[in-house]
Design a binder for this molecule. Sequence first.
Ligand code: BGC
Length: 412
Amino acid sequence: MKKKIPENFIFGASVSSYQTEGDNFYSDWYDWEISNINISETCGMACDSWNKFNEDIQLLKELGLKYYRLSIEWSRISPTPGKINTSALNHYEKILTTLKENDINIFLTLQHHTLPDWLDHGWTNPNIEKYFEQYVSVIAKNFHYLVDAWMPINEPGVNCTFGYFFNEFPPGQKSSLGYIHASRHQARCHYAAYNKLKEINPDIPVGFVKQLIIFRTLKKTIINNFLLSYYDYVFNKIYLNIFRKGNLPFSIRTIPDIENSIDFWGLNYYTHKWVSSKFEGNQTFNFDPSVEITQTGWEVHPEGLLEACRVLWNIKKVPIYITENGIATDNENQRKKFIYEHLKSALAAIEENIDVRGYFYWSLMDNFEWCMGYKPKFGLASIEKNTLSRIPKESGYYLGRIAKNKELFFYE
Ligand code: BGC
């Protein structure tokens, strides 16, 4: 089946600094890898994008993708509190300028899962809002003339869940109170960043990037229904309510106008989760054995993308960009099918008059997948082990053709 895609719908690929740049010595994740026995592989050089950014740009061009979502590593800009590393700042300026010279539009994330290592206790640090605002101000003043869209924080909630529930991200504290504090600080930091970015350049849209998980249950028992609402509340609603009611997470307190601190939704969508009262390991999540599983153990559920668009649209009617969607697999047919099915869902959302404006595949190339190391292969290109050169995959060319022709088609 072929389907026309609106002319103004944009296509791109996403990466993050820590996962691709390499050698981010001043990041909390760097310390975490060294001190954590559960980490199988360390990040090391990653894709060496810090030095090989020209190759990343050539790769985007080779695939025909005109939008790039990348992030700045706060700890590179500010390796010690209050100090700015001007050579890092200049280097990022070079990366962004080269993107522009190559006609690639820039969606810039300011914090993607990692924090500077000097920020004790991570997101619960009482001064984080002040420090974050200072950092955002430096970036905005220096780069606003190059950036097409800002995203202050990637996926508020995800790093809180992993950092304060599951012990998979720093600071690795099992603490519900920590989770509550961290999520409130993330909301405050988003708001402070929004205002700062708008003060410096009101014309650039600022988005809120949410990873939305659709929770489902096979059996509608009282316990399962309770768990369903609990997970949906803790993982999704407490962040979405910021923009519905202006509430800070887990609070009836509001900050004036916080509900309007959003020009677009960034939607990161990967999978759904079956909630069940039967414990699997330490989680109440279950699997449906008949459903396709990826290298990360996630079920493929493209219809969830349409559902996720509806959820965001019902909260706030601002444009939606799918800022991440991808699959970890070595099978290129599986990746192409995944892209095809998810784009179909995005087009279905547009048919329902939901303002979906674009699609960024995660990720431009295989990279460091946090606690899972280098095993999951999400990329549209692989990285050659010895030379670290980028080798485009079939799926990369496939997405590029869809982007160029503005037509969705499937082939094997
Ligand atoms: C994160 C990425 C990560 C991807 C796949 C997203 O939640 O933003 O950093 O690599 O999921 O797990």
